[in-house]
Design a protein around this ligand. Structure first.
Ligand code: PEP
Ligand code: MG
Length: 536
């Protein structure tokens, strides 16, 4: 049989932009290693049960350590992943299932733990709810931790990686984040994992280049291979020729120069050659994003996505909790304009504390403002919190996923009630996200009800092009720079000319689209914090 020929160039999806060259470090996942699974004599059951209990205690200790380390180095939100894993490991039904199997099936602890956790992982992976599906990774991670603990392995192999390596892995699981240091890897390549994966979140957070969805990646690369990584194009060259190195180095130098130059000027106002000013703000979701936005010279916060404040909780946050958390997150931007979006859930995002019914087609269902109007108390509490925060911040309130004028009027009623209860506070401007073709086409009917408009081109594209944002199979139809999308932007800009109108979808961060955006009449953009310099 002929051996499969190793590829020289691999292609994948860019997760975090940039270039890197260095030696590969192949990270072999413990879950791909074969363990010694064997049957035991009945008189050994007690011994295996004790080994299992000890492993559980040791994993609980590790999880506490990981949460503290990640909270210090990264974000509280990422640390919550470990708290969630600890909660799974404390689940009485899980522990009971493993204990029962150990007592009845006469197999060693590794075998039983792996068997039960694989079953739980599969159960979650098959669910239709995306958030719950992501729990499957947490369970795989827990399995890995338990197998490690049973084998007495305490170090994570990542800790042996030489600084300056390029990390190559089948996938990265949450626990890897605790051992992955910013300076250790120059780039990250993964076989499994798209833009919402842990690898993507981590590398974007650290600002290191990363590529995902690379087919058979670990079959083609060995530790020590020399790699050239072009994460802008999602391309990796393995053991390059002199000519390839030369071409790559030129591109890399040009990219470095452009980034340095962009950063030097990013605190100045962005202007066109003719002197027209552009406002370049940032999209944020947590404190680190706001800090980065300010470091990169953002002119304000154009979109604060408030979902994580709600989604990481077991109970509905109180008004005081919302005020406190948002104040903490927004503090670095206290002297700038900040636009806070009202909770935008539904679609693929559900709240853990609300038992919302299953929807056949959730992206065409009770999303955004439709969801808020179904739970008016939730809306009222957030609105009241935003009024309170507007004493401290230069704040605007944004309504998500508007389709009809009726939605705005209903939100306004709640807004007016909160206003009456807070007569000493200057009411913050109220605006809408235009992210449905209906809102864009009828903008002339909506504009009089609002103070400003923000174009959410991610959703606007999915509804205009009839292509799901997360659906890889129709990615070639999800074109946010399609003429149909630009026609809608132009229309919105034309009818909103007397009010502030911005773009906060991914399109605003595309250099190639800037000229057309300008021609549509848009002068305000909101992009990922790291893109602020280059867009400015
Ligand atoms: C959008 O739809 O373009 C947008 C900015 O909102 P989100 O990506 O949070 O749905
Ligand atoms: Mg949207």
């Amino acid at each position: 049989m002929t051996k499969k020929r190793k590829k020289h160039i691999l292609k994948g999806t860019a997760l975090s932009e940039g270039y890197a060259r260095g030696k590969a470090f192949l990270y072999r996942d413990v879950l791909q290693t074969r363990y010694d699974f064997y049957d035991i004599e009945p008189d050994k059951v007690c011994e295996e049960l004790t080994r299992f209990e000890k492993a559980v205690a040791s994993v609980h200790k590790d999880l506490k350590f990981s949460a503290t380390r990640v909270e210090k180095e990264l974000t509280n939100q990422m640390a919550d992943i470990f708290r969630a894993q600890a909660a799974i490991l404390s689940d009485a039904s899980l522990i009971k299932e493993i204990r029962n199997k150990l007592e009845q099936d006469f197999m060693n602890a590794e075998h039983v733990v792996d068997h039960v956790l694989l079953r739980w992982e599969k159960k979650f992976r098959d669910l239709r709810n995306k958030n719950l599906r992501q729990r499957a990774d947490d369970i795989a991670d827990l399995n890995r931790r338990m197998l490690h603990a049973l084998q007495g392995i305490h170090a994570n192999i990542l800790e042996t990686m030489k600084p300056g390596s390029i990390l190559v892995a089948k996938r990265l699981l949450p626990s890897d984040t605790a051992y992955f240091k910013r300076k250790l890897a120059k780039a990250v390549l993964v076989e499994l994992g798209g833009s919402g994966s842990h690898a993507a979140l981590l590398t974007r957070e650290y600002g290191i280049p990363s590529i995902g969805h690379i087919q058979d990646l670990v079959d083609h690369i060995r530790t020590g291979d020399e790699l050239l990584v072009d994460a802008n194009q999602g391309k990796v060259i393995i053991n390059p020729t002199e000519n390839e190195k030369e071409i790559f180095n030129k591109k890399f130098q040009k990219y470095k120069k452009e980034s340095v130059k962009a950063k030097q000027f990013s605190f100045r106002a962005a202007k066109t050659k003719s002197g027209e000013q552009f406002k370049v703000m940032a999209n944020v979701a947590c404190l680190d994003d706001v800090k980065h936005a300010m470091e990169y010279g953002a002119d304000g916060i154009g979109l604060y996505r408030t979902e994580s404040l709600y989604m990481s909780r077991k109970f509905i946050p109180t008004l005081e909790e919302i005020v406190e958390e948002m104040r903490r997150v927004l503090e670095p931007a206290h002297n700038k304009h900040v636009t806070v979006r009202l909770l935008d859930v539904g679609g693929d995002k559900n709240l853990p504390f609300l038992n919302t019914p299953y929807e056949e087609n959730p992206f065409l269902g009770r999303r955004g403002v439709r969801f808020l109007l179904k739970f008016p108390d939730l809306l009222k509490t957030q609105m009241a919190a935003l009024f309170k925060l507007s004493c401290h911040f230069n704040l605007r309130i944004l309504i998500p996923m508007v389709t009809v004028a009726e939605d705005i009027k209903k939100v306004r009623v709640i807004y007016e009630n909160v206003k009456k209860e807070n007569t000493s506070i200057k009411p913050p401007p109220l605006g809408i996200m235009v992210e449905t073709p209906a809102a864009a086409l009828c903008i002339d009917k909506l504009i009089n009800n609002v103070d400003f408009v923000s174009l959410g081109t991610n959703d606007l594209t999915q509804y205009t092009m009839a292509a799901g944002r997360e659906n890889d199979m129709v990615a070639n139809y999800f074109l946010d720079d399609h003429p149909a999308v630009f026609e809608l932007i132009k229309l919105v800009a034309k009818h909103s000319s007397k009010k502030s109108v911005s773009i906060c979808g991914e399109l605003a961060g595309k250099k190639s689209a800037l000229k057309k955006i300008y021609e549509c009449g848009i002068r305000e953009l909101s992009v990922s914090p790291s893109l602020v310099p280059v867009i400015k």
